[in-house]
Design a protein around this ligand. Structure first.
Ligand SMILES: *[C@@H]1O[C@H](CO)[C@@H](O)[C@H](O)[C@H]1NC(C)=O
Ligand SMILES: *[C@@H]1O[C@H](CO)[C@@H](O)[C@H](O)[C@H]1NC(C)=O
Ligand SMILES: *[C@@H]1O[C@H](CO)[C@@H](O)[C@H](O)[C@H]1NC(C)=O
Length: 746
């Protein structure tokens, strides 16, 4: 303890000596503009469904234990002090502590709401000071928390003294820094393991940063041989009750996967069956393969309802009778390619796409700011992790650069492997397969779901089916990383003089990757100089990211796959009260991301590209009180070798941007924009599509759709809003996280 304090004073001395100017915040932008989140309670606006009956879903079940449960304050079991010797690598020491706590028995913990009881093992507390980690830290056991004593870092917020806890990622090679992932073994985090497995990290932005080659392909299995088809009728998005052909295998509480199978007719209807490639490259077309677009949604059955014998079909789920589904849109215009057959089969390669938003053209102000800011950053020794943390004994740039560049492609059909199961016939478009005959023993009925559908299902374009499942490898829960600053070293000699002086990429990429787990959190984590930020990967669900700050990424800003600050590819993810600077994409979902997912009350500044659903049809994202430089929900055409339609059932609620943003709805579905503040239009490229449903805000509408839906789901009274505010709102945040080791128990 004393040692740590001494170290801190020494470090302080060091900065004072090194820095010419007094340390100052890189940003003075207000990050948490919202002082009260759930209050006063104003019910969600009632927005009528679209012409097919699709309605804005209830997004409120996202996040840690469905969003209304305070994050647990897990008792400390192991306390580590920083090393006094800055040449010592702390990875093994910290990993051993994590693994040791992972061996402890579970004990019950009552959360601050006074009702939720969970099982936890304990926290590893890193006392204030600087730790150095060469490699990756892995948390794979339920109920284990990695906690620091403050995230202010060496250049802490105004008026705060001390470094808090800083972990420096010292590895000068491509890697992700902290994994929460129940499929990984901590041995996989050693630098040797990372360096000898070029596929260790097989993807940045788009392919999710998951460790595919080192984990089993099929991690869950169906509990019944044949998936049960949904009834042969149109089932709109936003439904909490779905008609199925057989209810026999379902009870309240059954964990199910609802799957929507893609048909070629759907691809053609949305214009993604074949579409034009980037003009001026080579004559070709792009296409989406149906086999990559079967969507699996994790849900739970809350009630099973038998169909009355005279109910031949699904009664309408809304109070208004549903009109029949509208006819399909006309087929896309014929394409000019002379050579369809070949090119549609050729693997799509990653192609450099010019930066969508060249800062000069659209708005010169941010660029000037950024350049100044970068200059400041390079001038100040304080901001040089190499200098400051004295890594002079480390080798310079790794001589073998990461060679997996091809695998950064946008085109890896990620998610499919993750969600494959034993019975899949991978080589066959499943939605177009002739359906097996119905079983006469089936008992038709309805399943009530805990979380609404976020995509319509229907026999013509995308039939649905459902099955109970179980994990082959237990999915861990209640893992957290909290109250810590993470810094990455980088090589400051790798520069691009033009606009962006610091472009080294041989260092840590994502600061935190969360995958194969549920009900986990990343809270009060502040990162600097990583390539990207926090990644909720495809096999994560119900993860909360709150009060985090991801600033000053070091990488090129001109290429894709980098500077994804808050990336959600999993399900039921929640990002709230977060901040980012200098992103490419500050708040973003990946290809085929299946919602609901929510970004709320968060700000990004100086992004080099846009926020929003990014790529290849994601579903059910709420952007609520988000400010970003640019936010789009649109057809993205050939961008990124065929990002195409970014998807459906997205809601933009009271968001604002600095530059023109474009909101569109795809054929056959709707996106909603409510109370947008900013200019509308295409920032650079325009692709065909009708406008999204634009709704003006009026004074009867709540400040935030997410918070209004959450309070409504729990009962919709002012008293409940007060509880919610105290558990998970700003007031709840002020009681969390623990500021020190106050919760230590033996
Ligand atoms: C990290 O580990 C690798 C592999 O052992 C080694 O080559 C490298 O020098 C280490 N870097 C640091 C900063 O310790
Ligand atoms: C989790 O990590 C521990 C410690 O490395 C290891 O013993 C265990 O096998 C890991 N679990 C899985 C599923 O790999
Ligand atoms: C890219 O991924 C493919 C498929 O996983 C693999 O076969 C190939 O070796 C990888 N390429 C590199 C350069 O890592």
């Amino acid at each position: 303890m004393k040692l740590a304090k001494n170290l801190i004073s020494i470090l302080f001395l060091l900065w004072t000596v090194k820095s010419q100017a007094p340390p100052q915040r890189a940003q003075s932008v207000a990050k948490h503009r919202i002082q009260v989140q759930a209050l006063p309670y104003i019910p969600p606006p009632s927005i009528s469904p679209d012409e097919k009956g699709n309605q804005i879903p209830d997004f409120s079940n996202v996040g840690y234990r469905e969003g209304a449960v305070p994050l647990p304050v897990v008792p400390v079991k192991i306390i580590l002090e920083p090393s006094t010797d800055h040449t010592v690598d702390d990875r093994q020491r910290i990993q051993d502590a994590i693994d040791k706590v992972g061996q402890l028995p579970m004990s019950p913990l009552l959360l601050r709401d006074g009702k939720t009881k969970i099982q936890v093992r304990g926290a590893v507390l890193l006392k204030a000071g600087v730790y150095r980690v060469n490699g990756t830290l892995i948390l794979n056991q339920s109920g284990v928390v990695l906690r620091g004593e403050g995230n202010h870092g060496p250049d802490g917020p105004d008026g705060v003294e001390g470094v808090g806890t800083v972990i420096v990622a010292t590895g000068k090679y491509v890697h992700d820094f902290i994994y929460i992932n129940g499929l990984l073994n901590s041995k996989q985090g050693t630098p040797e393991s990372i360096l000898s497995n070029r596929n260790y990290r097989d993807g940045g932005g788009e392919s999710g940063g998951s460790i595919k080659d080192l984990r089993p392909k099929n991690y869950y299995r169906r509990k019944i041989k044949r998936a049960i088809p949904l009834a042969d009728e149109y089932i709109p998005s936003g439904s909490l009750r779905i008609p199925v052909k057989d209810i026999t295998n379902f009870q309240p509480g059954t964990e199910i996967i609802v799957e929507r199978l893609a048909k070629q007719a759907w691809m053609d209807m949305i214009g993604m069956g074949r579409f034009a490639a980037q003009p001026g490259t080579f004559p070709t077309t792009l296409s989406w393969e149906t086999i990559q677009f079967n969507f699996r949604y994790f849900r739970k059955v809350t009630r099973v309802e038998k169909m009355l014998s005279d109910q031949s079909s699904n009664p309408p789920q809304t109070s208004n009778p549903l009109p029949p589904p509208s006819p399909p849109s006309p087929p896309p215009p014929p394409l000019t390619s002379p050579n369809l057959g070949d090119t549609s089969k050729a693997p799509l390669r990653r192609r450099r796409v010019p930066n969508l938003l060249p800062l000069v053209e659209s708005n010169s102000e941010p660029r000037i700011q950024q350049t100044r800011h970068r200059r400041r950053l390079s001038r100040r020794g304080l901001f040089d992790p190499d200098g400051f943390f004295d890594t002079s004994s480390l080798p310079a740039r790794e001589s073998t650069p990461y060679s997996g560049d091809d695998n950064w492609s946008d085109n890896i059909p990620d998610g499919d492997n993750d969600f494959a199961d034993d019975d899949d016939e991978e080589d066959m478009p499943r939605g177009d397969r002739p359906s097996e005959p119905d079983d006469p023993a089936w008992v038709p009925g309805y399943l009530h779901l805990n979380i609404p559908t976020v995509m319509d299902m229907d026999p013509t374009y995308g039939p649905g089916e459902v099955f109970p499942f179980e994990y082959k490898i237990a999915i861990p829960s209640d893992i957290g990383v909290e109250n810590i600053a993470l810094y990455s070293v980088f090589d400051r000699t790798v520069t691009n003089s033009e606009s962006n002086p610091l472009e080294d990429e041989n260092h840590a990429w994502f600061a935190v990757v969360v995958d194969h787990c549920e009900n986990c959190w990343v809270a009060d984590v502040r990162t600097r100089y990583f390539v990207s930020g926090i990644n909720l990967a495809p096999a994560s669900k119900h993860v909360t990211v709150q009060d985090c700050e991801i600033t000053e990424p070091i990488s090129t800003a001109r290429d894709g796959g980098r500077r994804y600050m808050y990336l959600i590819k999993g399900q039921m993810g929640l990002v709230k009260r977060c901040f980012a600077s200098d992103a490419r994409h500050d708040f973003i979902t990946g290809a085929k991301t299946r919602g609901p997912n929510v970004f709320v009350d968060s700000t990004g500044i100086r992004a080099n590209n846009d926020a929003g659903p990014h790529n290849r049809w994601s579903m059910g994202t709420l952007y609520d009180n988000i400010h970003s430089r640019n936010l789009n929900v649109r057809n993205r055409g050939w961008i990124g070798a065929g990002q195409g339609w970014c998807g459906v059932n997205h809601v933009i609620y009271r968001c604002s941007t600095d530059v023109k943003s474009r909101f569109q709805s795809p054929p056959g579905g709707s996106n909603w924009v409510i109370g947008f503040e900013g200019a509308l239009g295409d920032q650079m490229f325009e692709f065909e599509g009708r406008d999204a449903t634009m709704i003006d805000i009026d004074s009867s509408m709540p400040r935030s759709l997410y918070w209004a839906q959450l309070v409504k789901r729990l009962g919709g009274t002012e008293a409940i809003a007060v509880d919610v505010e105290g558990w998970v709102g700003v007031a709840g945040k002020n009681k969390y996280p623990p500021k020190g080791s106050v919760t230590t128990t033996s």
